[in-house]
Design a protein around this ligand. Sequence first.
Ligand SMILES: Nc1nc2c(ncn2[C@@H]2O[C@H](COP(=O)(O)OP(=O)(O)OP(=O)(O)O)[C@@H](O)[C@H]2O)c(=O)[nH]1
Ligand SMILES: [Mg+2]
Ligand SMILES: [Zn+2]
Length: 306
Amino acid sequence: MKAIIYKSTGSWYQARTADGQWITCRIKGKLKIDEDISSTNPVAVGDEVMVEQDPQTGDVLITEILPRKNYIIRSSPHRRGQKHILAANLDQAWLMATLTQPRTSTGFIDRFLVTTAAYHIPTTILINKMDLWGEEEQALADEWTALYEEMGYLVEWISVKEGIGIAELQPKLQDQTTLIAGHSGVGKSSLINLLIPGLSLRTQPVSRWSEKGMHTTTFAEMFELPFGGRIIDTPGIREFGLIDIAPEELSHYFLDMQKYLTSCMFNNCLHVNEPGCAVKAAVEEGKIHIWRYKNYLNILETLQQE
Ligand SMILES: Nc1nc2c(ncn2[C@@H]2O[C@H](COP(=O)(O)OP(=O)(O)OP(=O)(O)O)[C@@H](O)[C@H]2O)c(=O)[nH]1
Ligand SMILES: [Mg+2]
Ligand SMILES: [Zn+2]
């Protein structure tokens, strides 16, 4: 029978079968995997799987992972060089950021956007905790919003605490499978609690000293929305490590660089110090934001080290 994975806690998985039953299952010794991803988690939240009952033990076993429509992958937080699939079969990704308590860096945002662009997953940037904004944060919010909207991303300002901007999110979530990602403490679980009455996911204040989150959510988990659709809560990500992206490919996933790429003198231009580089010219003319270019160079350097 077919089932969808809602939660993984290491060796056990919670899933829902095609006929609506909730089950707990584990992986059969020899699992048929189509793609060769060699991740630390062979089965991810959102995966469609085939399950069958072991006649001897009565355990429900996952016998096959059905082909994934897409997935979001990053380098494993625990083991360098290993891959971890955040979730699979997504309609969209929402990157939750905050300007204070904690502040999300644009480097983090840009790494995430590169991955979702590489896997063709439509992405929205949610900026939470607007209730805490002073003049500086407001100015930054304006700047980020203009920058990312120009590239074609949707940017929404919300306050989960005060319920601002939340009703507007509902039609965007309806009947979609949405992943929510971001640093620890930005309010991912708090938002899901607000969207699903009766749910009480654990949330925790950010540290007063470091202004960083406490890594309260420890496993990704998918929930059904009362108005239709599914939403995936994920553990806070400190650094989003990119995977499977070649250095020459990187600029293709910077949506603001795309239109200049064919004008570079060399078609394998890395836009660092090659002559006749249209990307660098656009940066100098202010058509590409200097932040974005700096983040590009940083990411490029980490890709070249691999
Ligand atoms: N001031 C303010 N605080 C908020 C808002 N949204 C969430 N918080 C608070 O931020 C803290 C962290 O919220 P969580 O929902 O636990 O954050 P998370 O993103 O799920 O964090 P991890 O599970 O660690 O990744 C909690 O104390 C929330 O009450 C908001 O809009 N404004
Ligand atoms: Mg959480
Ligand atoms: Zn170039």
